[in-house]
Design a protein. Structure first.
Length: 94
């Protein structure tokens, strides 16, 4: 997965509930959140991931009492680079 994350982007931990991540995306008016553990991006969760789970399993996934964790449903692994990398160095790996 390739994407851009602003340095001011909020993030969630793998132990964050899907309900909390969904609420945070609504509040921030964003469609995805990086999943961070030990100051490293370990995955990403999107509103579409959560919507897909709701389609399969029902509305219980999005309720605050749901204890389902982001870490079990995030897309991983992801690649990340520092903001000072050039696009050419990212594409070529040099």
């Amino acid at each position: 997965m390739i994407g851009f994350v602003k340095t001011t982007q909020k993030s969630v931990h793998p132990e964050t509930t899907l309900a909390r991540a969904s609420l945070l995306m609504d509040q921030l008016k964003c469609r995805n959140l990086p999943v961070v553990s030990d100051d490293k991006i370990v995955g990403v969760i999107s509103d579409r991931d959560i919507e897909h789970l709701i389609e399969i399993y029902g509305q219980g996934f999005s309720r605050p009492e749901s204890h389902l964790k982001v870490g079990n449903y995030m897309k991983a692994p992801v690649r990340s680079v520092d903001a000072d990398h050039s696009l050419d160095s990212i594409v070529t790996g040099k």
